[in-house]
Design a protein around this ligand. Structure first.
Ligand SMILES: Cc1cc2nc3c(=O)[nH]c(=O)nc-3n(C[C@H](O)[C@H](O)[C@H](O)COP(=O)(O)O)c2cc1C
Length: 352
């Protein structure tokens, strides 16, 4: 019996497609033994540890993030969209050069052939299907999130092409993996990633979304994002109140703005401000915050931290090396001056 199962498994692993065209789970069914061989193919784990990376403590709060995704039937696209609600990231969608291919047609013949070609000759560029060209400067990113479907236990072929082309440019980066399958375990996709990028760069645990946990995708993704320690998007607003009138400002995305927002969550800050230089109203916050100084040319509505403890509300132009904290959107110099008034005044800062 065992022998028969092994032969059947071999036939299935050899990508002999056999089943309903429209069944999303079909290729998984064809790989029964392959899945048993897979030590990480537990019933329903969503985070799949990479044993060789367990000492790679994920912490990707610093540096820019790029989400690279490929999606054929839309599952990974939904995951990508959900990811972008929480994490500030640029996006690159990998697109096959040949449009309109039906990978699932003729019992998944095209998808199977693409994966087989890569399995047979993983080191040859010709084994990988062409993808559309893209413009991206990978240099600027510290964190790369790869979100991909699983095809026949492997990483979907177009995503393998991307990593085959770019893998050697991804050294010294945190590379994270999100995999969507119908049901198959993802250890071979992790192996593909290890083959295509420097495996030391694979960071943390891969997130596995499949048909049995897809309805909880949003929660699982939020947990995973938390575990990776991504800096989350600032959704709070800075509320500035002067003489009983309030304005709302959008926080900048840096550790200074986050530290001020944290402090304001504990209690509002009230400080005295006065005019300086005919372009700003400035006052001492009475406490210091981290600085992220950069050369900035101000315009009306910019809220700037100077020397770590002075908060400047700009209504005019100035150019200096200081820290962005927030921006009052769509406000003119005249409107802002009317709000701030003349002479010394009291400002109350809160978060909402
Ligand atoms: C060519 C092909 C092969 C697939 N092979 C498998 C498989 O072996 N095991 C599995 O569980 N799902 C398999 N699937 C299903 C996809 O992994 C799953 O539906 C995934 O969520 C699709 O992501 P997408 O909608 O972003 O394309 C396959 C799908 C295609 C198109």
């Amino acid at each position: 019996m065992k022998k028969i199962l092994t032969i059947l498994a071999f036939l299935c692993i050899s990508l002999v497609a056999c089943g309903d065209k429209d069944d999303d789970t079909k290729p998984a069914e064809n790989q029964g033994e392959n899945q048993k061989d897979n030590p990480q193919n537990n019933d329903n784990p969503q985070n799949v540890e990479n044993p060789e990376n367990q000492n790679t403590e994920p912490n990707v709060a610093n540096g820019k993030t790029l989400l690279v995704y490929y999606s054929y039937t839309g599952n990974v696209k939904s995951i990508a969209n959900e990811f972008l609600k929480t994490v500030d990231a640029d996006v690159l969608e990998v697109l096959p050069a040949q449009e309109g291919l039906k990978y699932e047609a003729d019992n998944y013949a095209i998808g199977s052939a693409l994966i087989k070609a890569i399995r047979d000759n993983p080191d040859k560029a010709e084994s990988y299907p062409e993808i559309k060209s893209y413009k991206i400067d990978l240099e600027q990113y510290s964190n790369i999130v790869i979100a991909t479907p699983l095809w026949w236990s492997n990483m979907a072929a177009p995503m393998q092409t991307f990593l085959f082309q770019e893998g050697n440019k991804l050294t010294n980066k945190n590379i994270m993996l999100i995999v969507s399958s119908a049901s198959s375990g993802i250890s071979s996709v992790i192996d593909d990633a290890k083959r295509l990028v420097n495996k030391k760069n694979l960071t943390g645990e891969a997130l596995w979304i499949n048909n049995s946990n897809r309805s909880e995708m949003s929660t699982l993704l939020t947990q995973w994002i938390e575990n990776q320690k991504f800096a989350s998007k600032m959704t709070q607003k800075l509320i500035i109140t002067v003489s009983g009138e309030s304005l709302e400002a959008d926080f900048a995305d840096n550790s200074s703005a986050k530290a001020l927002a944290e402090a304001l969550k504990q209690s509002p800050i009230t400080y005295k401000a006065d005019d300086y230089g005919g372009f700003e109203k400035v006052g001492d916050l009475g406490q210091s915050f981290p600085q992220n100084n950069e050369q900035i040319s101000t315009s009306a509505g910019d809220i700037i931290l100077y020397q770590g403890h002075n908060l400047c509300i700009y209504y005019g132009e100035n150019s200096w090396n200081f820290t962005r904290i927030a921006k009052i959107p769509n406000i003119s110099k005249e409107e802002l001056l009317k709000f701030l008034g003349d002479g010394e005044f009291e400002v109350k800062l809160e978060v909402k």
